[in-house]
Design a binder for this molecule. Structure first.
Ligand code: ZN
Length: 328
């Protein structure tokens, strides 16, 4: 078992334990032993093990794979920092108007495209014009997790915040949207159905491209493993999709996944319970459209659908419309 296995297994064990799936007892016992060994050298039971750790806890960097499981993981132990950092929530009841734009395909649709594909496809030229409009109008794009932190504890947002989101992980997002976003120095959030990436499906990004987005400060969010509708599914089925996709992305990009997107916009109260337990901060919906974001509903953030047929005037009209009207 090498360091990569530890990195992947520890969060799986921790999150499954959080969800009460009851399979974590044996693996969790191993890190617990490390703490007890360190504690044995302390004069009192005060839990300051990280400050007084003996040299046995010091990681010994080595490229040689350890043939047997060891009590000292070969990566720098940071026991005081959870894998998905918890954020504080203060009692302020924040409600804010922040538009979240929803995109799918970012390309000229193929000649045989049906009406659905046409509706879901925004051309690069139109997208560029829309981003230019946002820049001229003084909007500042933020990630979905930035909005979630503002709602929870008031972490400041820039003036005129807006979020740009992409559903499903299409290759044209990387090829066409990404360069335009960089041109305007805009960030965005990309939601992946991870099984499509794993299977190297035609028309979807690969993991190297996803990693490049993450390195360039784009947020990577989860959109389940298999793009299944969650509503009315069992707890086990929903947990597998919600937690599994989070872990798959984290194992690749190395940072916590905090935002989720319901396939087809379908979810129930169980979905929200599992999202909260799994450490997600927020989730975006598709219906009803709107811009009213509330700390009471961080797993039901409202979005605006950018349709393929939108002219720039339509785009500006609906952005303005939902920024003041729409669902309360
Ligand atoms: Zn989708």
């Amino acid at each position: 078992m090498n360091s990569k296995h530890w990195l992947v297994l520890l969060p799986i064990v921790a999150i499954l334990a959080t969800l009460g799936l009851g399979v974590a007892a044996i693996p969790l016992a191993q890190p617990a032993v490390v703490v007890n060994i360190a504690g044995a050298f302390l004069p009192s039971p005060t839990a300051t093990a990280t400050e007084t750790a003996t040299p046995t806890l010091t990681p010994t960097p080595t490229d040689t794979p350890t043939p047997t499981p060891t009590l000292t993981p070969p990566f720098t132990p940071t026991p005081t920092r959870p894998l998905t950092p918890m954020i504080t929530r203060d009692p302020t009841q924040r409600v804010v108007r922040v538009p979240i734009l929803m995109y799918h395909y970012l390309s000229v649709p193929p000649p045989d495209a049906d009406k659905y594909r046409l509706d879901l496809s925004v051309t690069p030229a139109n997208f560029d014009a829309q981003m230019e409009y946002l820049a001229i109008e003084g909007y500042h794009p933020v990630r979905i997790s930035d909005l979630a932190e503002f709602l929870a504890n008031g972490k400041p947002l820039p003036p005129k915040p807006i979020a740009i989101t992409f559903d499903d992980g299409y290759l044209d997002n990387y090829q066409n949207a990404f360069p335009i976003l960089k041109k305007y120095n805009f960030t965005a959030t990309f939601f992946l159905a991870t099984q499509f990436i794993d299977e190297r499906r035609t028309g979807y990004m690969n993991w190297n491209q996803v990693e490049e987005l993450a390195i360039e400060r784009m947020e990577i969010g989860a959109h389940t493993l298999n793009h299944i509708e969650l509503k009315d599914k069992s707890r086990a089925a929903q947990a597998s999709e919600i937690v599994g996709s989070k872990l798959m992305i984290e194992a690749r990009i190395g940072t916590p996944v905090r935002s989720f997107n319901y396939p087809s916009g379908k979810y129930d109260s169980l979905s929200i319970d599992i999202l909260r337990s799994a450490g997600y901060l927020a989730a975006v919906t598709t219906d009803p459209q709107g811009t009213r974001q509330s700390v009471d509903a961080p797993y039901e953030l409202q979005r605006i659908r950018v349709r393929g047929a939108f002219s720039l005037n339509d785009f500006a009209y609906w952005l303005k419309y939902f920024s003041t009207n729409g669902n309360k």
